[in-house]
Design a protein around this ligand. Structure first.
Ligand code: ITT
Length: 189
């Protein structure tokens, strides 16, 4: 089965490709010659994920899925949430992480979670799948792998950040892998 993954994030594509293996042929936006900046203007992960798949369905008439994900920090009332990619006003993750650490300065509640919502559009039907991983924001960046907020996030039950884990280790427990696992289970059923 061929499915287009509506993402411009090469890390996400790599993570998901590794998770689904060769049971499905995942096509990138470049594979269908889509170089558009697909709008993401919703207030929830669900709205944004759906907006991305709707865009592809309307313009390219393909079966596709999209994920919208982000970091929700308890002490910040769920921020950065849907603004995770541009929390500081820029897509520069150094600045985004700096802002998070600054806002959490002197804060003892470091609880946070990563959340992913996948929208799947298959044969004219809309489906959603969700994945959450709970953890903590640490004070100093640690590790160089992964992307986004990985260097400051330690998942509960572990003593290292996502950025210190190999892709394989992260994929065993991550929010995206939980949501993708549900997607794959559904596609296989
Ligand atoms: P697409 O919309 O093109 O898929 P994006 O990078 O804009 O790519 P999202 O809007 O879904 O992706 O994600 C928002 C941000 O949340 C992302 O840029 C990261 O900063 C952060 N994020 C999402 N998943 C993450 C992960 O597994 N590890 C660390 N940060 C993550």
């Amino acid at each position: 089965m061929e499915l287009v993954f509506a993402t411009n994030n090469a890390h996400k594509l790599e993570e998901v490709q590794q998770m689904v293996g060769n049971r499905f042929s995942i096509k990138s936006l470049a594979d269908i010659s889509c170089f558009d900046d697909i709008p993401e203007t919703g207030n929830t992960f669900e709205d944004n994920a759906k907006q991305k798949t709707n865009y592809l369905v309307e313009k390219y008439h393909v079966n596709c899925f999209a994920d919208d994900s982000g970091l929700e920090i308890e002490a910040l009332g769920g921020e950065p949430g849907v603004y995770s990619a541009r929390y500081s006003g820029s897509r520069d993750m150094e600045q985004n992480i700096d802002l998070v650490l600054e806002k959490l300065n002197a804060e003892t509640n470091r609880n946070a979670r990563f959340k992913t919502v996948i929208s799947l559009f298959l044969n004219n039907q809309q489906y959603f799948f969700q994945g959450i991983v709970e953890g903590k924001i640490i004070e100093v960046r640690t590790g160089t792998k992964g992307f986004g907020y990985d260097p400051v996030f330690i998942p509960n039950g572990f003593d290292k950040t996502f950025a210190e884990m190999t892709l394989e280790e992260k994929n065993k427990i991550s929010h995206r892998s939980i949501a993708v696992g549900k997607l794959v289970e559904f596609l296989n059923s």
